[in-house]
Write a protein that binds this ligand. Structure first.
Ligand code: HEM
Length: 448
């Protein structure tokens, strides 16, 4: 066998993986953590026929995601399987096509653009808070469900400007959740493909997807006809020509990109905000500290974007929350050609998993990683030790928008309420594509 066909990373024996199969399918992050503790921050295992190298080492992550990123494409799961449900767009394309889309779409997420859409965000927040205040006055609320509605409204508004109707929002959120869960099911149980087709599950999910898509198509058509041009990302996409050809994006491509942005931006921000509330509920001392900071920064005035960056303590809390519970616990890549870095051999065709949860809990860069300690972000870290938004050229395009939304909603709620989980219920992790809570999080909010 040629040397390039094998990796020299510590290898989890196949018998051990076989014994862990059920656990791997159920909640893989727990199994990955067990392996990382046993085999180190770079290890490999074979799942089915595929050899996978899992990376929780900042230097190797930098190499894969940034320095030698041309050699690493997203896996076939994203570039082929997801295409069935999402089409080909920014999140799952490569090469010149990806580059062209990224260049154009990036213009929707610049700081000046975000400043322009701030009034939209503030209006969303105001509307959301009316419902939230009414709900919490009645009793405990599921903070996860509340954040689903907030981020969908917030991302939806940034993309479409005009307020999406609540019923449409709910339909859309349910469609995304259901289709994604189904996609994951297909990815982890490929041998059941004939069964999925036979039992009509493919057809059912295709229908859910098309109905969700129709909402987006209607918004595009409405905007094309409307005289009322808004300051939102849809308008920017419709009006901005590609630099190379001067052509505008066609409707089908606009639909795919808007859908991908909605999907990419919705559950991720939801998850980040939800876990932050959950963790803060255990540490009232941080809540008090944040509230004092908000008072110092904003006084009696409204929360504003310009000063959001002055909320240093809150930003550290959010970072610490995403370190502990990164919304994407892993991403994936495939090596195109043989590669070697710091003595680690990565043969062509190997799946490489940038293990975000792993590097965020890597004891060599984060002492006492299980302790919630926002002050650790006061020290400078390796740039790839904290990568909730990925890294390198494919770093999350929406990260500034996400931070703006999450900080706005956290600051607004924390300013007004103390909160706790009903009966101190412990919430577990459900890790499929995202690191979700394993059930509702019933929370009580008391006005301060
Ligand atoms: C806390 C919230 C968010 C988190 C944790 C997050 C995380 C990530 C991560 C880890 C990646 C890299 C994926 C990879 O390299 O394989 C990514 C990419 C991406 N994100 Fe986000 N994201 C968030 C919010 C958003 C928002 C609000 C939007 C847009 C509205 C968005 C749009 C995208 C897009 C389009 C990509 C693909 C970029 C490309 O491939 O060029 N994300 N995100």
């Amino acid at each position: 066998m040629a040397l390039s066909k094998i990796t020299n990373t510590p290898n989890v024996p196949t018998w051990q993986v076989a014994m862990d199969t059920a656990a791997l399918l159920n909640s893989p992050v727990q199994v990955f953590e067990k392996y990382r503790k046993q085999y180190g921050n770079v290890f490999s295992f074979r799942f089915g026929v595929k050899r996978t190298i899992v990376v929780a080492d900042p230097e190797l992550l930098k190499h894969v995601l940034k320095d030698n990123n041309d050699n690493y494409h997203k896996s076939h799961i994203q570039t082929e399987r997801f295409v069935e449900f999402q089409g080909v767009g920014l999140t799952n394309s490569h090469g010149d096509y990806w580059h062209r889309q990224r260049r154009l779409l990036s213009m929707g997420f610049t700081r000046s653009r975000l400043t322009e859409i701030l009034p939209i965000q503030l209006k969303v927040l105001e509307d959301f808070m009316k419902g939230f205040e009414a709900d919490v006055a009645k009793g405990p609320v599921d903070i996860h469900r509340q954040m689903v509605m907030f981020t969908l409204l917030s991302v939806g508004k940034s993309l479409f400007g005009s307020q999406m109707k609540k019923a449409e929002l709910e339909q859309f959120a349910d469609a995304i959740a259901e289709v994604q869960a189904y996609l994951v099911k297909k990815v982890v149980q490929p041998y059941l493909f004939p069964w999925f087709a036979l039992t009509g599950q493919d057809k059912k999910h295709h229908k859910i997807r098309t109905e969700g898509e129709q909402i987006v198509i209607d918004y595009i058509e409405e905007r094309r006809k409307s005289q009322d041009k808004g300051f939102d990302i849809l308008q920017l996409i419709l009006d901005t020509p590609y630099k190379d050809t001067g052509a505008l994006m066609d409707d089908e491509t606009v639909k795919v990109e808007i859908l991908q942005l909605l999907v990419a931006g919705n559950e991720t921000s939801t998850t980040a905000a939800t876990w932050t509330f959950y963790q803060l509920s255990k540490y009232p001392e941080h809540v008090r500290e944040i509230r004092a900071e908000i008072d110092a920064v904003f006084g009696e005035g409204a929360v504003s974007y310009a000063k959001l960056h002055d909320l240093k303590y809150l930003i550290n809390v959010l970072d610490e929350s995403m370190r502990n519970y990164p919304p994407f616990w892993m991403i994936d890549r495939v090596a195109l050609a043989d590669d070697e870095f710091n003595g680690v051999k990565i043969p062509a065709g190997t799946t490489v998993v940038p293990y975000i949860y792993g590097v965020h809990h890597n004891e060599t860069v984060w002492p006492n990683p299980d302790v919630f300690d926002p002050t650790r972000f006061e020290q400078k870290q390796h740039p790839f030790a904290f990568i909730p938004f990925g890294g390198g050229p494919r770093v999350c395009i929406g990260q500034n928008m996400a931070l703006m939304q999450i900080l706005l909603v956290l600051a607004t709620i924390i300013r007004k309420y103390d909160f706790n989980v009903v009966n101190g219920k412990e919430i577990g992790i459900k890790s499929m594509m995202l690191l979700r809570p394993d059930g509702p999080i019933p929370m009580e909010f008391k006005s301060v």
